[in-house]
Design a protein around this ligand. Structure first.
Ligand code: NAG
Ligand code: NAG
Ligand code: NAG
Ligand code: NAG
Ligand code: CU
Length: 168
């Protein structure tokens, strides 16, 4: 009788650990904010590979946000490859600081249009993965994912409540 009660308590405790893990697992599938250049922010880089190195160290997905943080006079051009190579933009130019939302998959080209900043390396290119080719994408077509998650959460919570009143 006593050992059976202990087993049930162990089951309850394991369940509590699982409840703690659910938000962590769900977090893996949500969008991320990336501070461009990390602590340097968006400014003249110490060398011409600084921002390309930064971008190469990240994996970008639809729904992620690029946070361009700058204190001085800088812009963010969202251009074509030709404009990026040439450091001249005829397209969308944001004032910085700005948050740029990654809403389309494929290649994106960002650079500053102030002075010769772009030629000095204030530029980088990224490839945003399409939702069909990545392992844990945000669910764009329906709320199916969140329905499954809340059903699971509801099941765990109700089991916990039953556990608590039965064995504690
Ligand atoms: C560019 O600067 C960064 C930061 O100072 C440094 O970590 C990196 O090694 C430098 N890269 C080159 C190619 O000098
Ligand atoms: C932006 O940059 C400033 C100065 O470099 C810094 O104090 C601030 O914390 C940064 N903000 C973010 C959101 O990174
Ligand atoms: C390249 O930049 C120069 C000025 O910097 C501009 O006159 C020229 O039209 C640009 N070419 C392209 C293809 O963007
Ligand atoms: C990105 O989306 C947020 C809200 O989700 C919005 O406030 C912000 O203005 C957007 N940024 C751009 C550059 O459109
Ligand atoms: Cu600049």
């Amino acid at each position: 009788m006593g050992s059976c009660r202990d087993m049930n308590m162990i089951a309850c405790l394991s369940l509590m650990v699982m409840v703690g893990l659910v938000p962590m697992l769900m977090k893996g599938a949500t969008a991320a904010d990336y501070a461009v250049g990390d602590s340097l922010g968006w400014t003249l880089p110490p060398n011409t590979s600084f921002y390309s190195d930064w971008a190469a160290s990240k994996t970008f997905r639809l729904g992620d946000i690029l946070v361009f943080n700058s204190t001085g006079d800088h812009t963010v051009a969202d251009g074509t490859k030709e404009e990026y190579d040439n450091c001249s933009s005829s397209g969308i130019i944001f004032g910085s600081p700005v948050n740029v939302n990654l809403t389309t998959a494929g290649s994106h080209y960002y650079f500053c249009t102030v002075g010769d900043h772009c030629k000095q390396g204030q530029k980088f290119t990224i490839t945003v993965g399409s939702s069909s080719t990545i392992s844990a994408p945000p669910p764009p077509p329906s709320g199916a994912h969140s329905i499954v998650a809340s059903a699971l959460l509801g099941l765990i919570i109700s089991t916990l409540v039953i556990c608590f009143f039965t064995y504690m």
